[in-house]
Write a new protein. Structure first.
Length: 353
């Protein structure tokens, strides 16, 4: 079965100089992948020639005359740039020409355009951004929402938990993934009213066997791997994500600085090079690039705007894996089962990062 993915080649800080080599590398690794490259055709063709892939049978080009920049406000991305590479890439999913889309563009614009073009699933009030973090057990911890919804009600967090559970079950082959609710303590009496009310909803699902609710978790549990999924509002999730990225850079810079201080520390680094490389590989943010926009009637994945080719390729892989594992119909089925109500979908998100 061929998995078709549309790529917004113009998005992000680096555009085609990153997205094209990542696409070329990915199709070489995955023989059943077909990538649709969206953007300025001349620019894309020139970049493909640099990588000797201009005649690759599984790389096709769809021209888009406009680009959503990282600074464009939602109004411009949504109303004025109707032929942007971002929008055309998402329309490929809507029209059934691609099973998933990947963009490194402006997060707020991507969420707004994706929600406008694809609409939300029946029963879903707000899409959520879900990504993964490394943990001590050697596997990923999935976390959502990471910034799409700053203010949430209990039923929003409940929906996030449902969508996250289906995603992890499909992506990690875990029949009943555990769900942790991020809180200031593990005790039931702790937390604000929204968290307490959400806990009751998830506990009810747990008792009837619909979800596997672990209970309240704290920030350090994210990296312990205490639960497969950590659920929180977008404000908390985005602050956590940015703090983690900052700590990772600080740790990497500190290690590099300390091991290059003098000849003795440089010799130590040489001796421990294998272990240091393994640590770098395990903790590298690049390997965890590719956040899914859950709750839409189509698969859309967000790459970090500053991603390099290696990192962007990981985002493509996340989209590929989600499409191959039929994540979308699974989410739709469970949402209908657990949240049997329809909601009216506004054209733009109520809050985006």
């Amino acid at each position: 079965m061929t998995i078709k993915i549309s790529i917004d080649c113009m998005g992000g800080d680096h555009g085609p100089s990153v997205t094209i080599p990542a696409a070329v590398s990915f199709v070489k690794r995955e023989p059943d992948a077909e990538l649709i490259l969206i953007g300025l055709e001349d620019v894309i063709r020139a970049e493909l020639k640099k990588h000797h892939a201009d005649a690759h049978p599984r790389l096709s080009i769809v021209h888009a005359s406009e680009q959503v920049t990282m600074d464009d406000p939602l109004e411009v991305a949504l109303r004025r740039k109707k032929d942007s590479s971002m929008r055309v890439a998402i329309e490929q999913v809507k029209d059934g020409k691609a099973q998933a889309s990947v963009s490194a563009g402006n997060t707020g614009a991507l969420m707004a355009v994706a929600r406008y073009v694809l609409k939300t699933m029946s029963g879903v009030d707000r899409p959520a951004i879900c990504s993964i973090m490394p943990n001590q057990k050697g596997g990923p911890t999935y976390m959502l929402d990471l910034g799409a919804n700053v203010d949430c009600e209990p039923h929003h967090l409940h929906q996030f938990a449902i969508m996250g559970s289906v995603l992890v079950s499909a992506m990690e082959n875990i029949e009943r993934p555990t769900i942790g609710l991020l809180n200031v303590g593990t005790e039931d009496i702790k937390g604000n009213d929204v968290v307490k009310a959400t806990s009751k909803l998830l506990q009810a699902d747990h008792e009837r066997g619909a979800l596997n609710f672990y209970g309240n978790v704290e920030g350090n549990d994210i990296f312990k791997g205490t639960a497969d999924i950590v659920v929180c509002d977008g404000f908390t999730g985005n602050v956590t994500l940015k703090a983690v990225e900052g700590v990772a850079r600080f740790f990497a810079d500190t290690v590099k600085s300390e091991f290059s201080r003098n000849p003795l520390t440089m010799l130590s680094a040489l001796i421990g090079r294998g272990a240091l490389n393994n640590i770098k590989k395990r903790l590298s943010p690049s390997r965890y690039n590719g956040a899914s926009l859950l709750g839409l009637r189509g698969l859309v994945f967000k790459s970090h705007g500053g991603a390099d080719a290696y990192s962007f390729e990981w985002a493509i892989r996340r989209a590929y894996d989600a499409a191959k594992n039929d994540v979308l119909p699974h989410i739709s089925t469970l949402i209908a089962e657990l949240m049997p109500r329809s909601t009216e979908t506004p054209e733009v998100p109520s809050s985006t990062i």
